[in-house]
Write a protein that binds this ligand. Sequence first.
Ligand SMILES: *Cc1c(COP(=O)(O)O)cnc(C)c1O
Length: 391
Amino acid sequence: MNVHGHRKKEIDAAIKRQLNKVAHSTLLGLGNVPSIELAKELIAIAPPGLAKVFYSDSGSSAVEIALKMAYQYWQYLDKAKTRFIHLENAYHGDTIGSVSVGGMDLFHKTYKGLLFESYKADSPYCYRCPKGKNYPGCNFECLDRLRDVLRQHHSSTAALIVEPLVQAAGGIIVWPEGIYRKMRELCHKHNVLLIADEVAVGFGRTGHMFASEAEGVTPDILCLAKGITGGYLPLAATLTTQKIFDAFSGEYKEQKTFFHGHTYTGNPLACAAALANLGLFKKEKTLQKLQPKIKFLGKELEKFKKLKHIGDIRQKGFMVGIELVKNKETKEPYPWEERIGIKVCQKAREYGVILRPLGNVIVLMPPLSISQEELKQLLDAAYKAISEITG
Ligand SMILES: *Cc1c(COP(=O)(O)O)cnc(C)c1O
């Protein structure tokens, strides 16, 4: 999840400066200067309405925190809303809570006995539409299942958790425009919280600082990690609204608090790296400079379409998924035993680039700082590898 490249002078220096002050001091009952400054910065750039920051150290923890927070919030409001809704193909991390709201059988079925029950809704996976429709013109029928679940179970549901705009680990599933906003409306209507897991899509990945911003959505809880330190150090944050925060405050004797805290939460070195990361977004106009590169990437990907075994090319900003299929007409997938994705990525190494597959999907997620020349090199290597392996 590298953002500005390796050995970035400003981030290196920020960590060293902080190391000369203090490497760690606890956030349990205290603050530290970089954590306070970073919280202020995060709130300034987050979707309007998010007002509070709770730190942790991985995306999975950020999600655990979001789930526990939502669950506890409704207890304070005396509502028996204890369940969650997640989408098919969802990935929210590898801890028990985040796996419980995961929608990828391969990763999750082994632990079934350990997990809590969660309601499922459809994933807006247009290429393999759960309703067999075509976008546009489908009127977002894939939301029907979510509507049904909400209608039936809203009184027992604490929150809907989603990866807005792009379901990453599920295969870079890019959502049709407007559907995330519809999900927000449905949650409002049924008094269910919306948790946006922007661990993958946050910090510029989609071409916007946050994916929620692209559709003018403010989630009730926002999970951030991966790109937060520019890819340097483990840090995560769960942001929420004043309203949710206020539900947790009261008289000492009420013993109201959010019972969660990791030893290295809000680590000052990591927060210093994160502050430098955000500083670079401003100083180097990272998002502005990214836009022509996103266009270039899209244009170059057009060439891939003619390859016989490419079923779908999905792009949102600097997230690309190229889905390889055995048969383009029928969309028949390659059997997993064929290891087609792995083979393509191994071949790409011969051309000097390291790629990673998600099953039959080849993923391109370059650092935002990549130059157009390097991007071209990456695309050429991917093209050659795909055509040689599938040809
Ligand atoms: C990577 C990821 C996580 C988990 O983050 P870790 O830091 O690896 O624990 C959670 N949600 C999404 C959407 C992710 O892509």
